[in-house]
Design a binder for this molecule. Structure first.
Ligand code: ZN
Length: 338
């Protein structure tokens, strides 16, 4: 009951990368960098074990960006052909690489990193991958001419990657789809189909992480326009409930998302975000327990996995670590109270 997990990323230590920013550049190079990533991964695995997290991740410490680190290994993309593109429905503009031909995956992308992580622990392990729709909202298209077509092409190669990770011992494969609460019509029209294609044939647990985005100023400004209650999930959760994923995330800590939206997900497990990606304070275990307790008003307790709201990369290492302990301590209180 109340198995704990995390959304995915954890802060990279400051000897490895620029701290507290999303795309912090590496401070090491060559073999030192490769060894440093492994050391950072092992440290987070030990921290998660010590804190009592049930489903661990590698903290995404091998990556610089949740989408581009995957795309760098994909053929059909011209990394040097930069196109200025409005990201997340023009929330902000970025120069992004451009798809110039059919995309293909000549070799596994995260498999070696995952095998290393798998060798460190016997606990359940989750691996995260970018979702097909979010990829298409993070890269320019000069080949497919249609976002659904390009997303489906990416979904096929993500599925191949996911199957290899499953075979290497992944207990959970999670697709990160923050674009899902921006393009709600597209989610219903083709986003669920491409997500289903990405998880097709997987026997491990399949998860999707959707969120309102953290760590960059543009997201903070956008969220200020969304009003008192963020109800975007009302429009997509009914379709998501019919999808082939097992778990859906929801940010519940210090959030404007009404927890009643979980009622749309009666057939899914919910990763209940019970600690926020905010650096100014650490939730108390009692606050975490209260959030979990609030979620039980809408979801059977056996379908609840206490989790972080989102990736923790943007906050300080020690704060993130303290939040892991708050999360597990809060889950313990909630278990006892039940
Ligand atoms: Zn997120």
């Amino acid at each position: 009951m109340f198995a704990t997990t995390i959304a995915g990323s954890l802060p990279r230590p400051d000897w490895l990368a620029e701290p507290e920013i999303l795309k912090g550049g590496w401070k090491l190079e060559g073999e030192e960098l490769e060894a440093g990533k492994k050391r950072a991964c092992e440290e987070w695995i030990r921290h998660q074990e010590a804190a009592g997290i049930d489903i661990l991740t590698d903290g995404e410490v091998f990556r610089t960006h949740f989408v581009h680190s995957f795309l760098k290994k994909i053929e059909g993309i011209d990394q040097s052909k930069k196109t200025l593109m409005g990201i997340r429905d023009n929330r902000y503009d970025l120069e992004v690489p451009t798809v110039t031909g059919p995309v293909s995956r000549p070799a596994p992308v995260f498999l070696d990193d995952f095998k290393f992580t798998r060798s460190l622990t016997d606990k359940q392990l989750k691996i995260t991958l970018p979702g097909p729709m979010t990829i298409c909202d993070t890269i320019a298209d000069d080949h497919y001419g249609s976002r659904p077509d390009m997303a489906m092409a990416f979904a096929e190669l993500l599925n191949d990657e996911a199957k290899e990770l499953e075979a290497a011992g992944a207990d959970v494969v999670q697709f990160d789809e923050p674009a899902f609460n921006v393009f709600m019509d597209d989610v219903r029209e083709w986003g669920i189909d491409t997500l289903n294609r990405a998880v097709q044939g997987l026997k491990c647990t399949k998860a999707v992480h959707i969120c309102y985005g953290y760590g960059i100023e543009e997201n903070i400004q956008w969220k200020e326009t969304l009003g008192e209650e963020w109800r975007q999930y009302d429009e997509i959760f009914p379709s998501l409930n019919k999808s082939h994923v097992d778990q859906v995330s929801l940010e519940c800590a210090s959030s404007h998302v009404p927890l009643s939206v979980m009622s749309h997900l009666s057939d899914k497990q919910i990763m209940v975000g019970a600690v926020a990606v905010t650096a100014d304070r650490v939730e108390t275990p009692e606050e975490v327990a209260a959030t979990i307790n609030e979620a039980t008003r809408y979801v059977d307790p056996e379908r609840i996995l206490p989790c972080t709201n989102c990736g923790m990369t943007p906050i300080a290492y020690d704060i993130a670590l303290a939040k892991l302990y708050a999360l597990t301590a809060g889950a313990k209180i909630a278990r006892k109270a039940l």
